[in-house]
Design a protein around this ligand. Structure first.
Ligand SMILES: Cc1cc2nc3c(=O)[nH]c(=O)nc-3n(C[C@H](O)[C@H](O)[C@H](O)COP(=O)(O)OP(=O)(O)OC[C@H]3O[C@@H](n4cnc5c(N)ncnc54)[C@H](O)[C@@H]3O)c2cc1C
Length: 371
């Protein structure tokens, strides 16, 4: 029997596989996608994510990542603008996820693509996964890193903000609009939701948004109608998208996201990583940092002989403040968007929000030193 299987090879799964393989452990990553693919994500890499990716040996600049230096908050027009208190980057997930899986393989992990885990069961002292092709896979330890999707029998449960639907679309902007957007992440409020807009590599802009189900229904559930309504509500967004061309045939969409979910305990010794253990509202741009941090913390505790429950308790303590504050703000931005005007009267607010919704600096790990 193998020592460890990791179900899901996104950020958390690939990072975990790399860290275990680097320490000479036999580990297999089971990933359902057979090849590069797009993912619903704003693709903002906060400082914590950048640091963890560098530690894993990922050269973001060589992959084409672009720097993000400032944040702007808009409703109809600009409300507030600040320089970010850290250096952030932006890179498409189709490039980043592949680079991480390649890194895991290079470190010695076995990476099996096109393998969807249909079920995962406790089997005596180990775990058995049933795959989509009917095959079974067993290992002594299991790490669940399927992100936004739950595996049968291992539902994450609800968060405290569950009524949002996410859309993502890539655009080629008009040259002048692209110049103005370069180096910035723009958070745009509109009735019933908010959107993030930023450049990724290749001169492409990523528009990623969240809208309540009720608001989406007002537009017959249709992306085109929603996008028109957003531009009517935000002069700024209309300006950014003037003359822009959409680069995907249709937007990527995602629903049933349990924002605010923070796992209390481990069940049956199962290690849950990334979005399987905590889901922070997307405006914070810290979900990827959490995924990477959870993998680093789990690897540290696992390699030192600790348990999944010890990992879960420590992670919960570290993340609770950021997840709680971010969820409260996310609900407020949708229910009381006028309150965002406070940032116009007191500009440091934006700086505080950015700081309070991150993995705390004191929790970050330098893996080489900590294991
Ligand atoms: C609208 C939106 C915008 C966001 N914007 C940002 C942002 O700008 N910055 C940021 O830091 N975070 C952002 N996030 C959060 C971020 O995307 C997630 O927190 C992060 O991707 C979690 O990583 P993960 O490894 O846990 O899961 P994922 O990245 O979802 O990876 C899970 C992997 O598991 C695989 N998988 C799923 N089911 C199975 C199965 N049954 N068998 C085998 N494999 C399986 C998938 O194919 C995938 O590769 C955003 C999220 C949303 C919804």
């Amino acid at each position: 029997m193998r020592e460890a299987m990791i179900v899901g090879g996104g950020l958390a799964g690939a990072a975990m596989g790399t860290l275990l393989a680097q320490r000479g452990r036999t580990v297999t990553i089971l990933e359902k996608s057979a090849a590069m693919h797009d993912t619903v994500c704003g693709e903002f890499l906060s400082r914590e994510a950048v640091v963890y990716l560098e530690q894993l040996g990922i050269d973001l600049r060589a992959l084409g990542a672009v720097p993000i230096e400032g944040v702007r908050l808009f409703a109809n027009r600009l409300i507030a603008e600040r320089r970010l208190p850290f250096a952030a980057m932006s890179l498409t997930r189709r490039v980043l996820d592949e680079a991480l899986l390649a890194r895991a393989e290079e470190a010695g992990a076995e990476v099996l693509r096109g393998r969807r885990v249909e079920s995962l069961v406790r089997n005596g002292d180990g775990w058995t996964a049933q795959l989509n092709d009917g095959a079974e896979y067993s290992a002594a330890h299991a790490f669940l890193a399927t992100g936004k999707q739950d595996v049968n029998g291992w539902a994450r449960g609800r968060g405290s903000q569950n009524d949002l639907v996410a859309f993502k679309m890539y655009f080629r902007l008009d040259a002048a609009q692209q110049t103005q957007l370069n180096g910035q992440v723009e958070l745009i409020l509109f009735p019933g939701g908010y959107a993030g807009l930023q450049m990724v590599e290749g001169g492409v802009a990523n528009l990623c948004l969240l809208v309540t189900r009720a608001e989406l229904q007002k537009h017959a559930g249709q992306w085109e109608r929603l996008l028109c309504a957003m531009q009517e509500a935000s002069e700024h967004l209309a300006q950014r998208l003037q003359g822009a061309s959409a680069l995907l045939e249709r937007p990527l969409a995602l629903s049933a996201i349990p924002y605010g979910m923070l796992r209390e305990h481990a069940e049956d010794g199962l290690w849950r990583l990334g979005d399987q253990t905590a889901v922070i509202p997307s405006f914070s741009g810290d979900g990827m940092s959490i995924a990477l941090h959870s993998a680093h913390l789990a690897a540290k505790i696992y390699l030192n002989g600790g348990t999944a429950e010890e990992f879960q308790l420590q992670l919960r303590g570290e993340l609770r403040p950021a997840v709680t504050v971010a969820t409260m703000l996310s609900r407020m931005m949708i229910a009381q968007p006028a309150l965002a005007q406070v940032a116009r009267l007191w500009p440091p607010l934006l700086h505080h929000v950015v700081r309070q919704t991150r993995v705390p600096a004191s929790a970050l790990l330098n893996f080489q030193e900590s294991v």
